[in-house]
Ligand binder design. Structure first.
Ligand code: AQP
Length: 326
């Protein structure tokens, strides 16, 4: 059976981009593939973070995964730092990654340009991500388009490791959605919607109240010619709305565009579709987040299941590079 692995950082409040680009697709995958999903809290340490808030954010991410429809009886759901093999394999990945290839990562360039303190962890983030994926003999990684380059890096390191030390890792494939692969910020439609870049009016949060979703989408930046056309280069704002509406309704964006000759109705329909899409998730989330003990229990059981797989791969990788067993 195909193995699927993916993760989301508990680095802030999850948004519509995380849902359409990643989370929603995990729910379908769990029934078709052997699925392992992770809350990648070690990745959330790569930027300055609020230590006191992180445990809560991690539980919120878990509740959101479950609210979106993940069933812990069907898939494996766990927290990255609770399976120590992630940090351990990351070191082997770093020692097989070239400084030059890590320097070319666009996410590192973007994020390092923003902060005053640029951690070495931010630089080696893709090596930890490669470890996450390779530990589970992953065939397929459902991610948004922003993670394409990191996935390519994981493949390159796996191939290099296999050719240096013998067959050790499965080389994974990225699975990028055809619509809403990169949901853009509503106020800056040439930037992706993101947790860590503060654009409150440009980011639809998973837990936003319907009136806030409506307000944000109705105020989305478009352009002045009032022509509804799906053209990401020339009309990024309008195309972003059409992409979101398409992801919510299942209709191709080009076809949806034919239905509108003004921006107002497109925005109103997009807002209504997003509100309806998120409503059931928000309702389930409210119930799940109220029972912290149950969330912790689910995550502990998930970590046991994950570690049973990860420890086998880790032992194989240790032996391949010549580390002496204890
Ligand atoms: N705007 C987006 N459109 C589509 N997919 C997206 N993803 C993120 N933003 C968009 C996908 O969500 C998954 C989880 O992402 P992550 O938490 O690992 O971090 P990220 O990709 O760096 O996303 P953020 O929200 O921008 O987080 P910060 O700001 O903390 O870095 C991934 O599959 C990603 O592709």
């Amino acid at each position: 059976m195909t193995r699927v692995f993916s993760g989301i950082q508990p680095s802030g409040d999850l948004h519509l981009g995380n849902y359409l680009g990643a989370l929603r697709r995990f729910v379908d995958d769990q029934h078709e593939h052997d699925s392992v999903f992770c809350i990648v809290d070690l990745h959330a340490l790569t930027l300055p973070h609020d230590a006191a808030a992180l445990p809560g954010k991690t539980l919120e991410a878990a509740a959101m995964y479950l609210a979106a429809g993940l069933d812990p009886e069907v898939c494996t759901l766990f927290v990255q730092s609770q399976v120590h093999e992630h940090a351990e394999l990351a070191w082997l990945m770093e020692c097989n990654a070239a400084y030059g290839e890590l320097s070319r990562m666009t996410q590192f360039k973007d994020k390092s340009a923003r902060g005053e303190f640029v951690s070495a962890g931010l630089f080696t983030y893709p090596a930890l991500m490669a470890a996450d994926i390779l530990l589970y003999d992953t065939d397929r990684v459902p991610v948004g388009d922003d993670q394409r380059q990191h996935l390519e890096f994981a493949r390159d390191v796996a191939e290099r490791f296999n050719s240096r030390f013998g067959p050790t890792f499965v080389v994974p494939e990225a699975a990028i959605p055809t619509v809403a692969a990169r949901v853009m910020d509503l106020q800056n439609p040439t930037n992706k919607m993101s947790k860590s870049v503060s654009s409150p009016q440009g980011t639809v949060l998973m837990l936003d109240a319907p009136k806030d979703i409506e307000k944000k989408i109705k105020r989305a930046v478009t352009d002045t010619d009032n022509e509804v056309r799906f053209d990401i280069e020339a009309k990024p704002g309008v195309s972003n709305l059409l992409g979101v509406l398409s992801a919510a309704t299942g209709e191709p964006p080009e076809k949806l565009a034919e239905r509108y000759d003004q921006y107002g109705p497109l925005k109103a329909d997009t807002a209504a579709a997003v509100i309806e899409l998120l409503r059931p998730v928000q309702e389930r989330y409210a119930e799940l987040i109220a029972d912290e003990a149950e969330l912790r229990r689910i995550l502990a059981a998930g970590a046991d299941k994950a570690q049973a797989i990860a420890s086998v791969t880790m032992a194989r990788a240790r032996s391949a590079v010549g580390l002496l067993p204890r």
